[in-house]
Design a protein around this ligand. Structure first.
Ligand SMILES: Nc1ncnc2c1ncn2[C@@H]1O[C@H](COP(=O)(O)OP(=O)(O)OP(=O)(O)O)[C@@H](O)[C@H]1O
Ligand SMILES: [Mg+2]
Length: 253
Protein backbone atom coordinates (compact mmCIF):
# COMPACT_ATOMS: atom_id res chain seq x y z
CA UNK A 1 0.00 0.00 0.00
CA UNK A 2 1.37 3.39 -1.00
CA UNK A 3 0.19 6.74 0.27
CA UNK A 4 0.75 9.68 -2.04
CA UNK A 5 -0.02 13.35 -1.44
CA UNK A 6 -0.59 15.58 -4.44
CA UNK A 7 0.63 18.93 -3.25
CA UNK A 8 1.79 22.35 -4.35
CA UNK A 9 1.25 25.50 -2.32
CA UNK A 10 0.57 27.36 -5.55
CA UNK A 11 -3.11 27.37 -6.50
CA UNK A 12 -4.61 26.19 -9.77
CA UNK A 13 -1.70 24.07 -10.98
CA UNK A 14 -3.67 20.87 -11.57
CA UNK A 15 -3.55 19.09 -8.19
CA UNK A 16 -7.21 18.13 -8.16
CA UNK A 17 -7.35 17.23 -11.86
CA UNK A 18 -4.32 15.01 -11.33
CA UNK A 19 -5.65 13.35 -8.17
CA UNK A 20 -8.99 12.44 -9.73
CA UNK A 21 -7.69 11.23 -13.07
CA UNK A 22 -4.67 9.34 -11.75
CA UNK A 23 -7.00 7.60 -9.28
CA UNK A 24 -9.35 6.73 -12.15
CA UNK A 25 -6.50 5.43 -14.32
CA UNK A 26 -5.18 3.33 -11.43
CA UNK A 27 -8.63 1.85 -10.95
CA UNK A 28 -8.85 1.01 -14.67
CA UNK A 29 -5.45 -0.67 -14.37
CA UNK A 30 -6.85 -2.93 -11.66
CA UNK A 31 -5.60 -1.15 -8.56
CA UNK A 32 -7.70 -0.67 -5.45
CA UNK A 33 -7.67 3.06 -4.75
CA UNK A 34 -8.83 5.40 -2.03
CA UNK A 35 -8.94 9.17 -2.56
CA UNK A 36 -8.95 11.59 0.36
CA UNK A 37 -10.10 15.14 -0.30
CA UNK A 38 -8.15 17.25 2.21
CA UNK A 39 -9.11 20.57 0.61
CA UNK A 40 -12.03 22.53 2.09
CA UNK A 41 -12.76 23.78 -1.46
CA UNK A 42 -13.90 20.16 -1.95
CA UNK A 43 -13.14 20.21 -5.68
CA UNK A 44 -12.13 16.56 -5.75
CA UNK A 45 -15.39 15.60 -4.08
CA UNK A 46 -17.27 17.66 -6.66
CA UNK A 47 -15.24 16.23 -9.55
CA UNK A 48 -16.37 12.74 -8.56
CA UNK A 49 -19.98 13.89 -8.89
CA UNK A 50 -20.65 14.37 -5.18
CA UNK A 51 -22.16 17.71 -4.12
CA UNK A 52 -20.01 18.91 -1.20
CA UNK A 53 -22.90 20.89 0.25
CA UNK A 54 -24.88 17.66 0.56
CA UNK A 55 -22.03 15.81 2.24
CA UNK A 56 -23.28 15.41 5.78
CA UNK A 57 -20.32 13.43 7.05
CA UNK A 58 -16.95 14.43 5.69
CA UNK A 59 -13.32 13.83 6.44
CA UNK A 60 -13.75 16.66 8.93
CA UNK A 61 -15.89 14.42 11.17
CA UNK A 62 -13.16 11.80 10.95
CA UNK A 63 -10.47 14.32 11.88
CA UNK A 64 -12.55 15.45 14.86
CA UNK A 65 -12.85 11.82 15.94
CA UNK A 66 -16.65 11.74 15.60
CA UNK A 67 -16.69 9.12 12.81
CA UNK A 68 -14.62 6.16 11.67
CA UNK A 69 -13.28 6.69 8.15
CA UNK A 70 -15.08 3.55 7.02
CA UNK A 71 -18.40 5.22 7.91
CA UNK A 72 -17.97 8.13 5.50
CA UNK A 73 -16.63 6.32 2.42
CA UNK A 74 -18.48 7.10 -0.79
CA UNK A 75 -17.78 4.66 -3.62
CA UNK A 76 -17.78 5.95 -7.19
CA UNK A 77 -17.18 3.36 -9.89
CA UNK A 78 -14.96 1.29 -7.67
CA UNK A 79 -12.97 4.15 -6.15
CA UNK A 80 -13.41 4.80 -2.43
CA UNK A 81 -13.62 8.52 -1.65
CA UNK A 82 -13.38 10.26 1.69
CA UNK A 83 -15.25 13.45 0.78
CA UNK A 84 -14.66 17.01 1.95
CA UNK A 85 -17.12 19.75 2.71
CA UNK A 86 -16.67 23.48 3.36
CA UNK A 87 -16.87 22.91 7.13
CA UNK A 88 -13.30 21.69 6.99
CA UNK A 89 -11.88 25.17 7.04
CA UNK A 90 -12.76 25.14 10.76
CA UNK A 91 -9.98 22.68 11.42
CA UNK A 92 -7.84 25.55 12.67
CA UNK A 93 -10.27 25.94 15.57
CA UNK A 94 -10.51 22.35 16.79
CA UNK A 95 -9.26 22.56 20.36
CA UNK A 96 -6.94 19.55 20.13
CA UNK A 97 -3.16 19.36 20.44
CA UNK A 98 -0.87 17.97 17.71
CA UNK A 99 -3.44 18.68 15.02
CA UNK A 100 -1.08 17.57 12.25
CA UNK A 101 -1.56 13.95 13.34
CA UNK A 102 -5.36 13.79 13.30
CA UNK A 103 -5.55 12.02 9.93
CA UNK A 104 -2.86 9.58 10.91
CA UNK A 105 -4.68 8.69 14.12
CA UNK A 106 -7.93 8.25 12.23
CA UNK A 107 -6.56 6.03 9.45
CA UNK A 108 -3.83 4.00 10.93
CA UNK A 109 -3.21 1.50 13.59
CA UNK A 110 0.39 0.63 14.31
CA UNK A 111 0.69 -1.76 11.37
CA UNK A 112 -1.19 0.38 8.83
CA UNK A 113 -3.65 -2.55 8.70
CA UNK A 114 -6.72 -0.31 8.37
CA UNK A 115 -5.63 0.63 4.88
CA UNK A 116 -4.29 -2.75 3.87
CA UNK A 117 -7.09 -3.36 1.36
CA UNK A 118 -5.80 -0.55 -0.84
CA UNK A 119 -2.96 -0.48 -3.36
CA UNK A 120 -2.90 3.32 -3.43
CA UNK A 121 -4.22 6.11 -1.25
CA UNK A 122 -4.14 9.48 -3.03
CA UNK A 123 -4.59 12.69 -1.05
CA UNK A 124 -5.52 15.97 -2.71
CA UNK A 125 -4.05 18.88 -0.74
CA UNK A 126 -5.20 22.51 -0.56
CA UNK A 127 -3.00 25.24 -2.05
CA UNK A 128 -1.33 26.11 1.23
CA UNK A 129 1.06 24.61 3.71
CA UNK A 130 -1.44 24.76 6.59
CA UNK A 131 -2.81 22.13 8.98
CA UNK A 132 -4.70 20.16 6.31
CA UNK A 133 -1.59 19.75 4.17
CA UNK A 134 0.49 18.81 7.20
CA UNK A 135 -2.05 16.10 8.05
CA UNK A 136 -1.66 14.70 4.54
CA UNK A 137 2.12 14.84 4.72
CA UNK A 138 2.18 13.16 8.12
CA UNK A 139 0.93 9.91 6.56
CA UNK A 140 2.43 10.11 3.06
CA UNK A 141 5.55 8.38 1.84
CA UNK A 142 5.48 10.16 -1.47
CA UNK A 143 4.63 13.64 -2.69
CA UNK A 144 3.75 14.36 -6.28
CA UNK A 145 4.01 18.00 -7.31
CA UNK A 146 2.00 19.21 -10.31
CA UNK A 147 3.83 22.07 -11.96
CA UNK A 148 2.10 24.33 -14.43
CA UNK A 149 4.27 24.52 -17.52
CA UNK A 150 3.47 28.15 -18.22
CA UNK A 151 5.26 29.87 -15.37
CA UNK A 152 8.64 29.74 -13.82
CA UNK A 153 7.36 29.21 -10.30
CA UNK A 154 10.61 28.06 -8.75
CA UNK A 155 10.36 30.34 -5.78
CA UNK A 156 7.12 28.68 -4.71
CA UNK A 157 8.57 25.26 -5.36
CA UNK A 158 11.46 25.96 -3.04
CA UNK A 159 8.97 26.86 -0.28
CA UNK A 160 7.37 23.50 -0.81
CA UNK A 161 10.69 21.65 -0.73
CA UNK A 162 11.65 23.53 2.44
CA UNK A 163 8.34 22.64 4.05
CA UNK A 164 8.86 18.99 3.17
CA UNK A 165 12.30 19.07 4.79
CA UNK A 166 10.70 20.47 7.94
CA UNK A 167 8.02 17.80 7.87
CA UNK A 168 10.74 15.20 7.43
CA UNK A 169 12.53 16.41 10.55
CA UNK A 170 9.53 16.90 12.80
CA UNK A 171 6.54 14.94 11.59
CA UNK A 172 7.36 12.12 9.16
CA UNK A 173 10.87 11.07 8.32
CA UNK A 174 9.73 8.73 5.54
CA UNK A 175 8.40 11.47 3.29
CA UNK A 176 9.97 12.31 -0.07
CA UNK A 177 9.06 14.47 -3.07
CA UNK A 178 9.27 11.72 -5.62
CA UNK A 179 7.88 13.28 -8.72
CA UNK A 180 7.07 16.48 -10.54
CA UNK A 181 4.31 16.46 -13.12
CA UNK A 182 4.27 19.01 -15.93
CA UNK A 183 0.64 20.14 -16.35
CA UNK A 184 -1.27 22.31 -18.83
CA UNK A 185 1.57 21.77 -21.25
CA UNK A 186 1.47 23.35 -24.68
CA UNK A 187 4.37 22.17 -26.82
CA UNK A 188 3.85 25.09 -29.23
CA UNK A 189 4.82 27.63 -26.58
CA UNK A 190 8.53 27.89 -25.99
CA UNK A 191 8.05 29.00 -22.36
CA UNK A 192 6.49 25.60 -21.64
CA UNK A 193 9.51 23.74 -22.95
CA UNK A 194 11.85 26.11 -21.11
CA UNK A 195 10.09 25.58 -17.76
CA UNK A 196 10.33 21.82 -18.13
CA UNK A 197 14.01 21.93 -19.18
CA UNK A 198 14.83 24.20 -16.27
CA UNK A 199 12.98 21.90 -13.86
CA UNK A 200 14.93 18.91 -15.11
CA UNK A 201 18.18 20.88 -14.75
CA UNK A 202 17.50 22.02 -11.18
CA UNK A 203 15.82 18.87 -9.91
CA UNK A 204 17.27 16.07 -12.01
CA UNK A 205 15.30 12.85 -12.22
CA UNK A 206 12.13 14.22 -10.59
CA UNK A 207 10.13 15.15 -13.68
CA UNK A 208 7.93 12.46 -15.18
CA UNK A 209 8.43 11.91 -18.94
CA UNK A 210 4.70 12.30 -19.53
CA UNK A 211 3.47 15.88 -19.59
CA UNK A 212 -0.24 16.59 -19.25
CA UNK A 213 -1.12 18.68 -22.27
CA UNK A 214 -3.56 21.57 -22.19
CA UNK A 215 -6.89 19.94 -22.89
CA UNK A 216 -10.37 21.43 -22.81
CA UNK A 217 -11.98 18.09 -21.95
CA UNK A 218 -10.01 18.02 -18.70
CA UNK A 219 -11.51 21.41 -17.87
CA UNK A 220 -15.05 20.35 -18.76
CA UNK A 221 -15.14 16.97 -17.03
CA UNK A 222 -15.54 18.27 -13.43
CA UNK A 223 -18.83 20.06 -14.21
CA UNK A 224 -20.25 16.71 -15.31
CA UNK A 225 -18.96 15.04 -12.18
CA UNK A 226 -16.94 12.66 -14.31
CA UNK A 227 -13.35 11.57 -14.58
CA UNK A 228 -11.74 12.11 -17.99
CA UNK A 229 -12.07 8.39 -18.72
CA UNK A 230 -15.85 8.58 -18.25
CA UNK A 231 -16.26 11.96 -19.93
CA UNK A 232 -13.96 11.71 -22.97
CA UNK A 233 -11.91 8.53 -23.07
CA UNK A 234 -10.60 9.42 -26.56
CA UNK A 235 -9.13 12.78 -25.48
CA UNK A 236 -5.49 13.80 -25.10
CA UNK A 237 -6.29 14.29 -21.42
CA UNK A 238 -7.25 10.63 -21.02
CA UNK A 239 -4.18 9.49 -23.00
CA UNK A 240 -1.85 11.67 -20.94
CA UNK A 241 -3.25 10.68 -17.54
CA UNK A 242 -3.14 7.00 -18.48
CA UNK A 243 0.51 7.30 -19.62
CA UNK A 244 1.43 9.27 -16.49
CA UNK A 245 -0.26 6.74 -14.21
CA UNK A 246 1.64 3.86 -15.81
CA UNK A 247 4.84 5.80 -15.17
CA UNK A 248 3.84 6.46 -11.55
CA UNK A 249 3.06 2.79 -10.97
CA UNK A 250 6.33 1.63 -12.50
CA UNK A 251 8.24 4.15 -10.39
CA UNK A 252 6.66 2.91 -7.15
CA UNK A 253 6.33 -0.82 -7.70
N1 LIG B 1 -4.26 19.91 -18.60
C1 LIG B 1 -5.21 20.84 -18.43
N2 LIG B 1 -5.67 21.51 -19.51
C2 LIG B 1 -6.61 22.47 -19.36
N3 LIG B 1 -7.16 22.84 -18.18
C3 LIG B 1 -6.73 22.21 -17.08
C4 LIG B 1 -5.74 21.18 -17.14
N4 LIG B 1 -5.50 20.74 -15.87
C5 LIG B 1 -6.30 21.46 -15.07
N5 LIG B 1 -7.04 22.33 -15.78
C6 LIG B 1 -8.02 23.32 -15.26
O1 LIG B 1 -7.30 24.30 -14.52
C7 LIG B 1 -7.99 24.68 -13.35
C8 LIG B 1 -7.14 24.37 -12.11
O2 LIG B 1 -6.94 22.97 -12.03
P1 LIG B 1 -7.09 22.19 -10.64
O3 LIG B 1 -8.35 22.54 -9.98
O4 LIG B 1 -6.82 20.77 -10.91
O5 LIG B 1 -5.87 22.84 -9.86
P2 LIG B 1 -5.56 22.80 -8.30
O6 LIG B 1 -4.08 22.88 -8.18
O7 LIG B 1 -6.24 21.65 -7.67
O8 LIG B 1 -6.22 24.15 -7.80
P3 LIG B 1 -6.39 24.61 -6.24
O9 LIG B 1 -5.04 25.05 -5.83
O10 LIG B 1 -7.40 25.71 -6.30
O11 LIG B 1 -6.86 23.41 -5.48
C9 LIG B 1 -9.29 23.90 -13.38
O12 LIG B 1 -10.27 24.71 -13.97
C10 LIG B 1 -8.98 22.71 -14.27
O13 LIG B 1 -10.13 22.21 -14.91
MG1 LIG C 1 -7.49 21.57 -6.02
Amino acid sequence: MKIISISNNKGGVGKTTTTVNVAAAMQILGKKVMVIDMDHQAQTTYHFGINPNEVKESIYDVLKGDKEFTEIIVNRNGIDILPANPEMRNIEFIPLPAKEFLLKEALMDKDKKCLSGYDYVLIDCPPSLGVLTLNAMAISEFILVPLQAQFLPFHGMYNLFEAVQMVKKRINRDIEVTGIIGTMYNPKKSINREVMEETERRLPGKLFNTFIRENVALQEAPSWGKTIFEYKPESNGADDYMALTKEIISRYE
